[in-house]
Design a protein around this ligand. Structure first.
Ligand code: SF4
Length: 373
């Protein structure tokens, strides 16, 4: 496991921390620095309202958290994905996606993930460490610099890691992104694979952000296999927590469903899913699984994706198919990192901590019959 860095980075500091750090200077310096960091989103060295000496001192004492290892551009510039190196040796991914009406940044909350979902490159590569507030917030700032005049309006915590397992840092980041970066709570989405204590904390938190639950299976037998944390927090309890969230926040919960060929794309799966989600008036996001090199499991073919979506709709479920972004640049969570580590291992001859080097890859087998198709 990588060690947490001891030196804070520039976005780790709250406004109060910055005021304390600049004690003895005119109060407007705090405003200038804060405006440069959040409103303008530029590097400290480029905050032209600050004296040059102060800029270089700040840059040395409070460095940026993210060093770019790779940048991949796809979908004619509409998808940009980064692999960042963190201090201490861990690596994370961030994705910027431009749509007709908005630009969204998908950010990581942990380096790696301990949840070990069987179809996920990040989960199979294991857990390195939690991210700090600065490491989370800086992902958005760096993405916005690249977005230029396309306004970043939506943030989703759907990158590497389980946000609820790093709740305090995630929540402080949410407050910073809402209060200082100006993202409305309705455009902030926290995803979870079903950590109930986190969902309950979120329900008590002051901002009505969106909750997205990575469900992927609608019965405990299949979900235990796909999402091991289900053994601790089974579907019945998870749905109870979702109902509580909906009642407290008045925000519709959404459910993510990675469609895997012959595993969770049968008619029976659609019927079970509809039964669970209909009472919540929940939205279901169908995500054809991105192809991941080295994994036997395949995404559902496009024609079947459409049939599955149509069946859900006919059952009264509000379902949409999410367009896969950047399949040519390893845009599924953890793929860029896994491929980078594998490439490095191939060069150095080391086995490394690759997604498929520790023997834990669980390629979920389709049931022997594809009944009710
Ligand atoms: S799907 Fe999400 S929760 Fe599961 S292992 Fe991957 S990153 Fe972790």
């Amino acid at each position: 496991m990588a060690a947490l860095p001891t030196q804070p980075t520039i976005y780790d500091l709250s406004r109060g921390d910055i005021a304390a750090y600049l004690e003895g200077m005119p109060g407007y310096r705090v405003d200038q620095l804060w405006q440069g960091l959040y409103t303008d989103g530029v590097a400290v060295e480029d905050i032209s309202t600050l004296p040059v000496k102060l800029r270089s001192e700040l840059a040395e004492k409070l460095p940026p958290a993210l060093a770019m290892e790779l940048e991949s551009i796809s979908d004619r510039g509409d998808t940009v994905k980064w692999l960042w190196n963190l201090r201490g040796g861990a690596a994370i991914e961030t994705v910027l996606m431009h749509y007709k009406d908005r630009s969204t940044v998908c950010i990581s909350s942990q380096a790696g993930c301990a949840m070990a979902c069987g179809f996920c490159a990040t989960g199979q590569a294991g857990f390195d460490r939690h991210l700090t507030v600065g490491e989370i917030v800086e992902q958005v700032i760096r993405a916005r610099r690249v977005a230029g005049d396309k306004r970043v309006s939506n943030i989703v915590f759907m990158g590497m890691g389980e946000p609820m397992a790093n709740f305090d840092a995630v929540w402080e980041s949410v407050e910073r992104l809402h209060g200082d970066f100006g993202i409305s709570a309705r455009h902030l989405t926290i995803s979870t694979v079903g950590l109930l204590p986190g969902i309950r904390l979120l329900a008590e938190a002051p901002l009505p952000v969106n909750l997205a639950v990575s469900l992927h299976a609608a019965n405990d037998d299949l979900r235990n296999e796909m999402v091991p944390i289900n053994k601790r927090y089974p579907i019945g309890d998870l749905l109870d927590a979702c109902h509580e969230y909906f009642d407290k926040k008045g925000r519709r919960v959404s459910f993510e469903w990675a469609l895997i060929d012959g595993v969770n794309d049968r008619d029976s799966d659609a019927h079970e899913l509809a039964k669970l989600t209909h009472p919540l008036r929940a939205h279901v996001n169908l995500i054809p699984l991105n192809p991941t090199p080295g994994y036997l499991t395949q995404g559902t073919p496009p024609a079947r994706v459409r049939e599955f979506a149509d069946l859900l709709t006919s059952l009264g479920v509000n379902a949409t198919v999410r367009k896969n972004r950047g399949t040519d640049i390893d845009a599924a969570c953890g793929q860029l990192r896994a491929n980078s580590i594998a490439a490095e291992a191939a060069v150095t001859g080391s086995s490394g901590n690759t997604a498929d080097s520790d023997g834990t890859v669980t390629n979920i087998k389709p049931p022997t019959t594809r009944s009710q198709r």
